[in-house]
Design a protein around this ligand. Structure first.
Ligand SMILES: Cc1cc2nc3c(=O)[nH]c(=O)nc-3n(C[C@H](O)[C@H](O)[C@H](O)COP(=O)(O)O)c2cc1C
Length: 187
């Protein structure tokens, strides 16, 4: 698959087969992630791979409860609070693996660097026939002391990109994009 096809067909996948992903495949995705550019070549990322189903279930429960507790009332729509209160909703869609990209540095570009690594990882997953989805719902709780402890991350690390990976039941159709807003500045 060439790069354009991977870019055009990568989708947020929310329905996974139960099949496990082996270490070599996870390493290949992380190898792609670390090819991302980073400010001053600092490479501030660290990767945590979670494949324990009980831990994924626990993180899902904790993250939903944390969001319900901490999201300001004005930002919590009925729809969102219903989803978060639904005990049967697992925020990782029962994907077999979660890769959390965290920043080891507090530098001004570290979050951006980790985000670039995340996009590489998701495109590399697509190229290998794997689905992925960034799970923002997990982020807030993972950044708490209890969340960092669950990931065995030192307090200095900031979880940036929780990304699920797995073999998709199917790749969803393209989600429509708004036309690009382009301002051409004449010479
Ligand atoms: C920062 C970020 C956070 C996201 N958080 C979630 C999430 O918590 N749950 C989810 O199902 N999808 C999440 N997504 C996926 C987006 O909903 C998805 O990328 C968007 O709808 C566009 O669809 P596409 O990725 O298939 O093109 C997130 C994406 C990004 C970039």
């Amino acid at each position: 698959m060439d790069l354009n096809e991977a870019i055009a067909t990568r989708r947020a996948v929310r329905d996974y087969k139960p099949d496990a992903i082996d270490d070599a495949t996870i390493r290949a995705l992380i190898d792609a992630a670390i090819q991302a550019p980073s400010a001053m070549n600092e490479q501030p990322w660290t990767f945590t791979v979670v494949r324990s189903r009980p831990l994924l279930d626990r993180i899902s429960q904790e993250a939903k409860a944390h969001m319900l507790r901490t999201t300001p009332a004005g930002l919590l729509s009925h729809h969102l609070s219903d989803i978060l209160a639904d005990k049967s909703f697992q925020i990782f869609y029962h994907a077999p693996a979660l890769i959390v990209i965290s920043s080891r540095s507090e530098g001004p570009w570290a979050i951006i660097d980790c985000t670039l690594a995340a996009q590489n990882l998701m495109l590399a997953a697509r190229e290998r026939g794997l689905g992925s989805c960034w799970i923002g719902f997990a982020q807030s709780w993972l950044g708490t002391p209890a969340g960092r402890e669950a990931l065995k991350l030192p307090p200095s690390c900031v979880p940036v990109a929780p990304i699920i990976v797995g073999y998709p039941v199917a790749f969803p159709a393209t989600v429509a994009r708004k036309p690009a807003e382009i301002n051409w500045i004449a010479a």
